[in-house]
Write a protein that binds this ligand. Structure first.
Ligand SMILES: [Zn+2]
Ligand SMILES: [Zn+2]
Length: 229
């Protein structure tokens, strides 16, 4: 079997304990050299509200989250599994922007293991119809394949007022809600705890828009989980 990222050989050597345990053996879809390029956030100190890696001098919650706490009307915390480093950036480029759907297998087992025992409704962040048309898949649901999802969110068409990155944070935060509830889904989320799942936490605006909508629609609580931060 070849590594999905570098096409090199994936080492399938079994340890003695694996041989003795008779467990179903799963082989990683990437080689150990590629796997090592990703940086898990569970081994470092992270902000308890946004999951970013905290450097020594940074307070917890971070200053960014302090600002959010003043401006966002609901309690909200999100955590992420990996740092958005060069390897993750390259992965996202190939998976999302070049649309290599096979690459979901690099992280789907890890993300699904995180969510397998959750008591929360799993709500993926949706992609816009136009993205769906060009990419052919939702990169978030791709990573969650075979889990029971509550796909209650859809995107709304927004008036484009210049590039996202060119807007300042306040303009972006105050911009129109990018999501809506799909018809007849409100009853599914009423009084339910929810975990919102996205691929990358960048400014936190997207996931908070979705969290705010779900809270306003009656969810009991909403937390976030993203692959990268
Ligand atoms: Zn590799
Ligand atoms: Zn934070």
């Amino acid at each position: 079997m070849n590594c999905l990222l570098c096409n090199g050989q994936v080492d399938q050597g079994l340890t003695l304990s694996q041989i003795l345990s008779f467990q179903a053996l799963t082989t990683d879809s990437v080689c150990s050299a590629c796997r090592r390029q990703f940086s898990p956030l569970n081994r470092v100190k992270t902000c308890r509200l946004c999951g970013r890696k905290l450097l020594a001098a940074m307070p917890d919650p971070c200053l960014d989250c302090e600002k959010w706490r003043r401006g966002f009307p609901y309690p909200f915390a999100s955590r992420s599994l990996y740092e958005y480093n060069d390897a993750m950036r390259e992965f996202m480029k190939r998976y999302k922007f070049m649309g290599d759907y096979r690459l979901r297998a690099v992280f789907s087992p890890i993300l699904k293991a995180e969510l397998r025992t959750t008591h929360r409704l799993i709500v993926p962040i949706p992609v816009h119809e136009s993205t769906m048309a060009t990419r052919g898949f939702n990169q978030v649901t791709g990573l969650l394949e075979s889990l029971k999802l509550c796909e209650c969110l859809a995107t709304r068409d927004q008036q484009k007022t210049g590039r996202q990155s060119a807007k300042n944070r306040l303009t972006r935060v105050l911009a129109e809600q990018p999501f809506k509830l799909k018809p007849d889904t409100q009853a599914q989320i009423t009084a339910k705890p929810v975990v919102l799942v996205d691929d990358v936490y960048t400014t936190g605006t997207t996931i908070r828009h979705a969290a705010g909508l779900l809270m306003a629609a009656g969810a009991a609580s909403v937390v976030g989980l993203t692959l990268a931060r």
